[in-house]
Write a protein that binds this ligand. Structure first.
Ligand code: C2E
Ligand code: MG
Ligand code: MG
Length: 755
């Protein structure tokens, strides 16, 4: 007990010491001028919404005070920023989320990043994880999956990300939304619901508090809380500040917070602390009486501890294993990583991480169903395990990602061989029922060189390497390199610049003419976004569009592009310019917004551009999600005259099914295929097949990226009716688009020659 007490006291003391930092701490965060100005103005007015999420994220101390892991983070962040947050404690988690949606608080804690919440919040990095389990009454199930609750009553707290996850993925489950988790467990104990979705620690806290002994954990929900701080997204600068403050928290500080809150035995000892303090304060005369109390209390504690140990045993298996595959989970990887990185490193042996990502795994779930997806994940886990030595640790650290933690020579050749063997193992054919197919995988590798201050960095480096490998060379492996971190930093800086650019109108459009190959007439234009940064100059769209998508800014940017293009189209009409339509690129995130159709109609109405002159370019990825909703949005706009084309056709999953079902009027053949048609037979065959498919479905086909006469002639001989490319014209500023210029462009098109 003395050791436990001193550990507890030590971690508390350490935290207090770490908290005592100069109030002008914001200086060491290297804030931009704009951030520093904003912070100066809002230093004492940032409101933070907090709800009670016991046992350790946040606990109520009194009516207007909460404490816990999140609060310790927030205090360190306040200190780092030199700010004084205004805390608002909400009666329930749901009411906190609602308040953040209404923007009546600036920041909320304990929140998982979901697509829906991106509408009103920005998110910091994750600072804690809670793994969600399925609880049922004892004896009802030995093991259960969420699909077992179809038609059954399943309780979850209102307003949490879990509600959205279950509603979207298991619509047949009868969701019972409760104010607090405690209520969910009482309902379960009383048999009023069939299951509860909750993180494990809440389950056994309420079991102990409410004397519930008839419930147990039977499986994983399949959705974990990755907990960040959220901040209102109409104040994007705030998220940057929170992120910097969070990043300034050191590994030792995080460790001190964790050992103060996360381990359940420690929370028990809080009461022992209090008891010991009382013993000292009350003095020697009360020692005997207090000792009796301590003995009595200790006995009941022992009983409780025995009971909790039993539950904990169950919980700890699930807490460190992935239920689907039986491999270790992410939590386990995070916990063993420091042990491995703490071992001595030499040329002969060091700690390495190989992170393997299955390529396009979502397509298996999409096209073959989740059962098959689960089977594939289990098989891949077995295969990888069989290829690794017994002292390697294999974990499933993401939906389609496995991490192997190994001790090996830092020599890249042996690591390369191992990574290739693992990739090859995954690529072997897999049989399921009467079907057989194969997958590919990509790997990112990181190697520990010397001592590591922050063990998790090794994992982060492997993640960076995997992302880079997926971009550059899917199906292969890549080693982490310092430039990847620099690239990440550069992207973060560019992301900040992007937010500013949107506010200061650094974006404008250029228009690339599209020609009819039979007569050379310019039939329309594709509007292409351009960003001229005052210091960095022109930033290519391939870079900033991706960034805008990652940063949740693509909708704002896309809205701006749409209205600029429609206004320009209308102005050309007034000037008497002859053209049929103007095409605007629409990203998936924009298109899946619930009010997208109304937004487009609004822009058309305000600009005065006739709907039939607007074409929206979608990519095939739009149809990977909810096809029903995509169809509804497209039909609504098509009825009013707006038409749709599929951009970069052939590079996505090119399913005939969606082409047949959806009102698409034009296919845009990707420039990658056009580039090869004159030399490479496979590109030629793809172009031929796409043309046949488009024509059979009554669609026009336009070839993108036509750069040479040979390409043009070949396309004409294949009866491709339209083209766009540098051969005819590069994208032009609107001022250069005149009748004369269009005439010149038309003159570059050769007359049709038959094949
Ligand atoms: P995209 O929609 O496929 O646009 C065609 C791209 O090909 C444009 O690049 C265009 O300049 C380029 N291009 C046209 N003809 C040729 C040619 O003959 N040779 C070569 N090498 N390239 C040619 P850009 O403007 O750099 O845009 C790149 C991508 O950025 C676009 O590809 C589109 O996916 C995205 N993008 C651009 N503007 C927007 C926008 O407003 N919204 C969205 N969501 N995406 C946009
Ligand atoms: Mg396009
Ligand atoms: Mg394209």
């Amino acid at each position: 007990m003395t050791t436990a007490l001193s550990t507890k006291f030590y971690s508390f003391l350490l935290l207090v010491l770490l908290l005592i930092r100069p109030l002008s701490a914001a200086a060491h965060l290297s804030l931009s001028q704009e951030e520093a100005r904003w912070l100066e103005e809002h230093r004492d007015t940032i409101t933070v919404g907090v709800a009670v999420i016991p046992p350790y994220l946040s606990n109520r101390v009194s009516d207007n005070e909460v404490e816990g892991l999140s609060l310790d983070y927030l205090k360190l962040m306040e200190s780092a920023l030199g700010a004084r947050f205004q805390y608002q404690i909400f009666a329930s988690y749901g009411s906190m989320i609602e308040a953040s949606r209404q923007r009546s608080v600036d920041v909320v804690f304990g929140i998982t990043n979901t697509e829906a919440r991106n509408d009103y919040l920005n998110f910091t990095s994750v600072y804690s994880h809670l793994s969600n389990k399925i609880f049922t009454q004892k004896g009802r199930f030995k093991r259960a999956e969420m699909s077992d609750f179809a038609g059954k009553r399943f309780a979850v707290p209102r307003g949490t990300a879990l509600v959205g996850y279950i509603a979207n993925n298991y619509p047949e489950i009868l969701l019972v939304q409760v104010g607090e988790l405690r209520e969910a467990f009482s309902l379960l104990a009383a048999g009023e619901v069939d299951g509860v979705g909750s993180y494990a620690s809440a389950g056994y806290l309420y079991s102990v508090l409410d004397g519930i002994d008839n419930i147990s954990i039977v499986g994983s929900v399949g959705f974990d809380y990755h907990i960040s701080f959220g901040s209102r997204n109409d104040q994007p600068i705030l998220n940057g500040l929170l992120e910097k403050a969070l990043a300034s928290i050191t590994f030792e500080q995080k460790k001190a917070i964790e050992s103060r809150w996360v381990h359940p035995e420690d929370s028990q000892r809080v009461d022992m602390d209090t008891v010991i303090q009382w013993l000292v304060i009350a003095g020697f005369s009360l020692t005997m009486i207090l000792l009796l109390i301590v003995i009595f209390w200790n006995r009941s504690l022992k009983r409780e501890v025995r009971y909790r140990k039993k539950i904990q045993k169950e919980v700890s298996f699930l807490a460190y294993h992935d239920e689907l595959t039986g491999a270790y989970n992410r939590q386990h990887m995070i916990e063993v990583l420091p042990e491995y990185t703490g071992l001595p490193s030499s040329d002969d042996e060091t700690t390495c991480v190989i992170l393997l990502g299955l390529d396009n795994f979502s397509l298996i779930n999409e096209f073959h169903g989740q059962k098959m997806g689960d089977y594939v994940l289990r098989r891949m886990s077995e295969r990888l395990q069989s290829r690794l030595s017994h002292d390697a640790v294999l974990s499933r650290t993401g939906g389609d990602e496995y991490t192997a933690l190994i001790r090996l020579s830092a020599n890249r050749v042996s690591l390369s061989h191992l990574a290739d063997r693992l990739i090859a193992e995954i690529s072997l054919p897999i049989a399921y029922g009467d079907q057989s197919f194969s997958l590919t995988a990509t790997a990112g590798i990181s190697i520990q060189e010397g001592e590591l201050e922050e063990p998790l960095r090794l994992l982060e480096q492997a993640v960076l390497a995997l992302h880079e490998a997926k971009k550059k060379n899917p199906g292969s492996h890549l080693f982490y390199a310092q430039e990847m971190s620099e690239q990440l930093l550069e992207n973060q800086q560019l992301a900040e610049a992007l937010a500013v650019a949107l506010k200061t109108d650094q974006f404008f459009l250029e228009y690339q003419p599209q020609v009819k190959l039979s007569n050379g007439k310019v039939i329309g234009f594709e509007a292409l976004a351009r960003w001229d940064h005052p210091l960095l100059g022109r930033i290519p769209p391939d870079k900033f569009i991706l960034l805008a998508e990652q940063e949740g800014l693509i909708v704002t940017l896309g809205d701006r592009v749409l209205s600029l293009a429609c206004q320009q189209g209308c102005q050309w009409l007034k000037q008497g310019l002859q053209f049929q339509r103007i095409a605007v690129n629409v990203s998936v995130k924009q298109f899946v917004e619930t009010d997208f159709a109304s937004k487009v109609l609004n822009v058309l109405e305000q600009s005065g551009l006739p709907p039939e002159m607007l074409e929206l370019e979608l990519t095939e990825s739009v149809f990977l999600g909810d096809r029903g909703q995509a169809k509804e949005t497209m039909s609504r706009l098509t009825r009013l005259g707006v038409c749709f084309s599929i951009d970069d056709f052939g590079t996505g999953f090119s399913s005939l099914l969606y082409l047949k079902e959806l009102p698409v009027s034009r296919l845009k053949l990707d420039q990658g295929f056009i580039r090869g048609i004159t030399q490479d037979n496979s590109s030629l065959q793809i172009v031929k097949a796409s043309l046949q498919m488009g024509h059979a479905l009554n669609m026009e086909v336009i070839a993108e990226g036509v750069e040479s006469r040979d390409e043009q002639e070949l396309l004409q001989s294949l009866h491709c009716e339209q083209a766009q490319g540098y051969l005819f014209s590069r994208p032009l500023p609107p001022g250069q688009i005149t009748d004369e210029r269009l005439q010149q462009i038309g003159d570059t098109v050769l007359p049709v020659t038959e094949a």
